[in-house]
Design a protein around this ligand. Sequence first.
Ligand code: NAI
Length: 291
Amino acid sequence: MVTGAGGGIGRDFALAMAAAGARVLVNDIGTSVKGEGRDAGPAQKVADEIGKNAVANTDSVADWESANRIIQAAVDAFGRIDVVVNNAGILRDRFFFNMSVEEWRAVIDVHLNGSFYVSRAAATHFKAQQSGCYVHMTSTSGLVGNLGQANYSAAKLGIAALSKSIALDMARYNVRSNCIAPFAWSRMIGSIPTETEDQKARVEKLKAMETAKIAPLAVYLASEDAHDVSGQIFAVRANEIFLMSQSRPLRSVHRSEGWTPDSIRTQAIPALRAHFYPLERSQDVFSWDPL
Ligand code: NAI
């Protein structure tokens, strides 16, 4: 079952899973990048492209009841569910100081709440059958940072924690959970301006980040071959695959008599400062062109 599979990265997941022999529930509400409007066309089109091994579904991930209907549709169609790919997404970019509660909620609802609802609905089946696999889409906007995306970054880093929690809680049932942070030239990033020659050249390089390049890792993670891969965060950009770090203590300082604000100022912070992270965005860390 792939959410948001009517276009972009999700469509390639659905096609690649089907090519690898899976029967696929193609879920998508067919909405705009901002999550406005609905169209049953995209999910049906991808299901038609796959043929008899696919069924389309247009229930939203962003609501508990409808997320349950997505999983039920897969079980009704195929008799079981083995893989959940949480890929559906929208953007409502705005600088934090201007972000409305509506913009915050809409993004949290689709990404973080949606990933929980869909995962939780499938968990009942995974637990009963003692097997199953989750693949969630996170983003370097959350893992590293980006401007104007407080809602999206918070949701995406939340998804990384959700995935780790599922991996821990469900290991006893032989259920795995991993994240992919994709970089792909989809409509989601297709709105970058192309007025100057520099901008045009940059966009040409970004187009190398084809959506189909993300799918092989998702298919691998969904397969039996990945039986010992869980709780990890990968990134994929064109022909590069990265294993992303996860938060660990970098350095500690200790005073047996305890700390005061003043000794923190004079001792702790100077000792720790060498390890501070700069205020970097994703593009500062992934500073070279896609390969
Ligand atoms: P996209 O906009 O092409 O595809 C997202 C799909 O999700 C759309 O077809 C949309 O109709 C569907 N969708 C939206 N709300 C839904 C809902 N409530 N229920 C069901 N379906 C819904 O975007 P793209 O680029 O393919 O993104 C896929 C995933 O990858 C998203 O989670 C996105 O945040 C993530 N991602 C993408 C990056 C990129 O470079 N394209 C970078 C980092 C993360």
